[in-house]
Write a protein that binds this ligand. Structure first.
Ligand SMILES: Cc1ncc(C[n+]2csc(CCOP(=O)(O)OP(=O)(O)O)c2C)c(N)n1
Ligand code: SF4
Length: 282
């Protein structure tokens, strides 16, 4: 985070736009929106210095519901767009919003390389273990035995483990939050924004329409019993053996972030195009 602070502190409501979210009543994403706006207020940021980038999905609608700059892009492609933005405009605080389908399935490859590059981004994935927007197909984090109309008897395919994959790929900050605790979630998102490099926050955010069973998550979540470590192997071991409902910052790394702000482009597009011209010169 390197943006100038607001001269007069803004409140969470100042970061919410006038667009009324079209999410289903009870969807966890409402609380994630509140948590993001609370985190921006906590950090004293200005709206014009923050950009939210997303792909496609119910969760990816978030940029439109804020008063920051936003880019609602293509399914699975939020991270490349956000990386380009941050590299070109290092003065901006760049947040990326995604879902488990958008971020781990079609966008899975970008996830690995964003962790590895360690550009100073905050990646917030609203994980509901289902494709909500397209009406309930299983996603990479769906339990193998989840029986539904679109996956009778379950897929039988083991789940993807995003937090451990993020650690193995080089993410510099790894945390798990719960939408049902918007204050705790806001504190974790604020810590992620403050931490340099690629920060990954997996938010358990129930899809009450296609996964009504996830209403039970509020009984299962609990704070992580130990402080975050800076040792990725230890963090990975803890995460692999936890119950999946441990909340908090689980890993804080010390890797220097990718250096942004390289020399600005000095050549015009027309000059570059001329270099690729197929017309033979006399
Ligand atoms: C290239 C492409 N493939 C597929 C789709 C259809 N599609 C839109 S949203 C979505 C899944 C969204 O699921 P997730 O990211 O988990 O978000 P949620 O809706 O659950 O928040 C899919 C497959 C698309 N829009 N573009
Ligand atoms: S379908 Fe699920 S994820 Fe989408 S808005 Fe409704 S509850 Fe939320």
């Amino acid at each position: 985070m390197n943006a100038p602070l607001a001269p007069v502190a803004l409140q969470a409501k100042d970061f919410k736009s006038d667009y009324k979210p079209v999410w289903c009543p009870g969807c966890g994403d409402y609380s994630v929106l509140s948590a993001i706006t609370k985190a921006l207020a906590m950090l004293g940021l200005r709206r014009e210095n923050v950009a939210l980038v997303s792909g496609i999905g119910c969760s990816s609608r978030i940029p439109a519901y804020t008063t920051c700059y936003g880019f609602h892009g293509v399914h699975g492609r939020s991270l490349p767009a956000a990386t380009g933005l941050k590299v070109a405009r290092p003065d901006l605080t760049v947040l990326v919003a995604s879902g488990d389908g958008d971020g781990y399935s079609i966008g899975g490859n970008h996830f690995l390389h964003a962790c590895r590059r360690n550009v100073d981004l905050t990646y917030i994935v609203m994980d509901n273990h289902v494709y909500g927007m397209t009406k309930g197909q299983p996603s990479p984090t769906t339990e193998p035995n989840w029986d539904s109309k679109l996956s009778p008897g379950g897929t039988g395919v083991r789940e993807f483990h995003p937090l451990v994959i993020a650690l193995a790929s080089g993410a510099n900050f790894v945390a798990r939050a719960f939408s049902g605790d918007p204050t705790g979630c806001a504190q974790i998102i604020a810590a992620a924004i403050r931490h340099p490099g690629f920060s990954f926050v997996e938010v358990l955010s129930p899809c009450v329409t296609f996964r009504p069973d996830q209403r039970g998550w509020k009984e299962l979540v609990h704070p992580a019993p130990v402080e975050a470590t800076d040792d990725p192997a230890r963090a990975a071991r803890r995460i692999m053996t936890d119950d999946g409902f441990n909340l908090g910052v689980l890993y804080r790394g010390n890797r220097p972030p990718y250096k942004t702000g390289a020399a600005a482009a000095t050549r015009r597009v027309a000059e570059l195009e001329a270099g690729f011209s197929l017309t033979e010169s006399a």
